[in-house]
Write a protein that binds this ligand. Structure first.
Ligand SMILES: *[C@@H]1O[C@H](CO)[C@@H](O)[C@H](O)[C@H]1NC(C)=O
Ligand SMILES: *[C@@H]1O[C@H](CO)[C@@H](O)[C@H](O)[C@H]1NC(C)=O
Ligand SMILES: *[C@@H]1O[C@H](CO)[C@@H](O)[C@H](O)[C@H]1NC(C)=O
Ligand SMILES: *[C@@H]1O[C@H](CO)[C@@H](O)[C@H](O)[C@H]1NC(C)=O
Ligand SMILES: [Zn+2]
Length: 273
């Protein structure tokens, strides 16, 4: 079974990149170790530096060119803030998972025992979604009011059958004190060592606290920010920024490589509707 799953991972087509967070098996030892499931796709045929052209590279990426709800988009207070789709959170104070580098920056995949409904969750519009993992892009995908943060943290959520449905986006910038959330992380795994992972236990609530549990946010109907650019993802972008210490931001940037898609034209995104 294990051998089969590892083979299935290795055989995945090289098309996903907001990472799939599929390295969710419990580790035999908590030490930093080889991580077959965390390996970046080989033979990837696209690059963030040329995101304007993804739709022409591969027939599977047509949506990147023709989609009506592509992410990211420009946001600002001229959009107002959302009064709809208010999220409420059921995040425990301790979550175990694998810390690794998704080839573009630090990432964490929640350990999965086959039942998504045991994961940290949030609820909006009477539906509950479950945290699959988080990862960081640098610089930020979403600019707000013309300002682009140094990095953006994505909490990827799936439904009870494991399909990706929503992303919580937190903008990250350097400030005057260390962030409680980032204080918990071990030394960052660099993008030059992407085949390792380490089992850690985190309290994710400081990230939510830092943005006041999304009491002010923008929401819209969007897509994955990398090929194949699948749509049907609801984005929640916190108005508040998570501020980190200068050294913390340097560690994040030192472990990251350019991973922001060019912003897309607003079309059928129904911002805040
Ligand atoms: C498109 O995706 C399918 C299914 O994942 C895959 O079998 C096929 O090789 C892909 N085509 C190209 C040109 O990459
Ligand atoms: C949520 O459920 C309640 C009670 O069934 C219902 O009144 C309400 O309209 C639902 N809200 C949404 C957004 O579906
Ligand atoms: C933040 O933490 C680092 C070490 O982790 C420490 O060197 C630095 O002084 C701290 N900065 C502040 C502002 O507390
Ligand atoms: C990866 O980068 C870190 C930080 O720059 C460096 O200390 C480490 O030696 C590098 N590892 C490899 C395998 O190149
Ligand atoms: Zn992402």
């Amino acid at each position: 079974m294990l051998v089969q799953s590892l083979f299935a991972l290795a055989a995945l087509p090289a098309i996903f990149a907001c990472p799939q967070h599929d390295n969710h098996r419990p580790m035999k030892s908590k030490k930093r170790q080889a991580a077959p499931g965390a390996l970046p796709p080989t033979g990837q045929d696209w690059a963030y530096e040329a995101s304007f052209n993804w739709g022409r590279l591969n027939p599977n990426y047509t949506l990147c060119q023709t989609g009506t709800q592509q992410s990211p988009i420009v946001l600002g207070l001229n959009n107002g803030l959302s009064l709809n789709h208010i999220p409420t959170f059921t995040y425990p104070s301790s979550v175990t998972g694998n810390f690794y580098n998704w080839n573009y920056g630090p990432a964490f995949t929640v350990t999965h025992d086959g039942d998504w409904t045991t994961h940290p969750s949030f609820t909006y519009d009477n539906q509950t979604l479950y945290l699959k993992g988080w990862h960081i892009h640098a610089p930020a995908d979403h600019s707000v009011g013309g300002d682009r943060s140094k990095a953006e943290l994505h909490f990827v959520h799936v439904d009870s059958t494991g399909h990706e449905k929503a992303v919580l986006a937190f903008r990250l910038d350097p400030g005057n004190s260390n962030s409680t959330f980032f204080n918990q992380l071990p030394s960052m795994i660099g993008f030059n060592e992407t085949n390792v992972q380490e089992e850690i236990t985190l309290d994710l609530t400081p990230a939510l606290q830092a943005v006041q549990y999304f009491n002010e946010f923008w929401t819209y109907q969007g897509s994955l920010t990398s090929p194949p650019c699948h749509e049907g993802i609801r984005w929640f972008v916190a108005r508040q920024i998570i501020y980190t210490g200068v050294e913390q931001m340097q560690a994040i940037l030192g472990a990251s490589t350019y991973s922001a898609r060019a912003e897309q034209e607003v079309w059928q995104h129904r911002i805040n509707e």
